[in-house]
Design a protein around this ligand. Structure first.
Ligand code: 0L1
Ligand code: MG
Length: 266
């Protein structure tokens, strides 16, 4: 049976807009991986129709622990939109989310396009900046449970992100080993997780090659200016209204956000 991509994307979109958990799509009918990405792209088009814009991409299942938990051997890719972004030091509205979690990440910014069709040019050459980041993930599925294809359709649980101060990648690489920098996640001043950037594909810079490959396989554009969230350095923790969350990456910097609760309009 061929999936009704438009209807499935609309179902997920409604779930996100109303902060209402829904059953996994695959409970009803199995989706192929290609169909799941089609659902994701259709959902992003729905957001674009409301004036939102794609500003980057994110990878999921970049840690061995998460990949093993899901029984997968490759990363997944989702899309970040302007409306998902909260300012460093600002507030993220958890009232618009179902059951948000937050995780510390490393973000990259492109100074040039990544052309996924060009196998000659090293995609790493397109990266100009790096920053500590926080990602807010929020599965639109009940109990945060999903199959691989369900979570791809659900834009890999993308819901929010915060980017700390950008630094030139070349400067940072001359100062620290970006492949093994200590990461600390704090909630309300208490340590909620510790890890290393090594948890991100062994080296967060490997995310760039992975993004180029995923862009080629799943027809994504990654133009100059795009933000790339490379993956999480610790497990995600629940994000509740009133919490102040800070991530620090040793030698790179820190980023902070407060969870507020205004909720959806109407
Ligand atoms: O950013 C992530 O690693 C999330 C990927 C999707 C799986 C999840 O929601 O935990
Ligand atoms: Mg993430």
């Amino acid at each position: 049976m061929t999936a009704d991509v438009t209807a499935l994307a609309a179902r997920l979109d409604e779930a996100a807009r109303t902060a209402t958990a829904i059953p996994q799509l695959s409970d009803e009918q199995p989706l192929t991986l290609d169909e799941a990405y089609e659902v994701q792209h259709t959902g992003i088009a729905l957001r674009a129709g409301r004036g939102d814009t794609v500003v980057g991409v994110k990878l999921g299942f970049t840690s061995k622990a998460k990949a093993a938990q899901m029984g997968v051997s490759d990363v997944i890719v989702g899309q970040l939109t302007a409306s998902m972004r909260a300012e460093d030091g600002g507030t993220v509205d958890v009232g618009t989310m179902v059951h948000p979690r937050i995780e510390p990440e490393v973000a990259f910014r492109l100074g040039a396009d990544i052309d996924p069709q060009d196998p000659v040019v090293d995609p790493l050459a397109a990266v100009t900046d790096v920053a500590p980041a926080l990602e807010i993930i929020d599965s639109r599925y009940r109990d945060f449970r999903f199959s691989l294809h369900d979570v791809v359709a659900d834009d890999t649980s993308a819901a929010g992100f915060v980017i700390g101060p950008w630094r030139r990648l070349g400067d940072v690489r001359s100062e620290i080993d970006l492949a093994n920098a200590a990461v600390v996640l704090e909630v309300d001043g208490e340590v909620a997780g510790t890890g290393s950037t090594a948890a991100i594909l062994g080296d967060p810079l490997r995310a760039i090659e992975a993004v180029a490959r995923m862009a080629r396989q799943h027809s994504l554009g990654v133009p100059a200016g795009s933000i790339i969230l490379a993956g999480a350095a610790t497990a995600a923790v629940p994000l509740t209204a009133g919490s102040v969350v800070e991530a620090s990456v040793a030698g790179l910097g820190r980023v902070v956000v407060t969870a507020g609760k205004a909720g959806h309009d109407g």
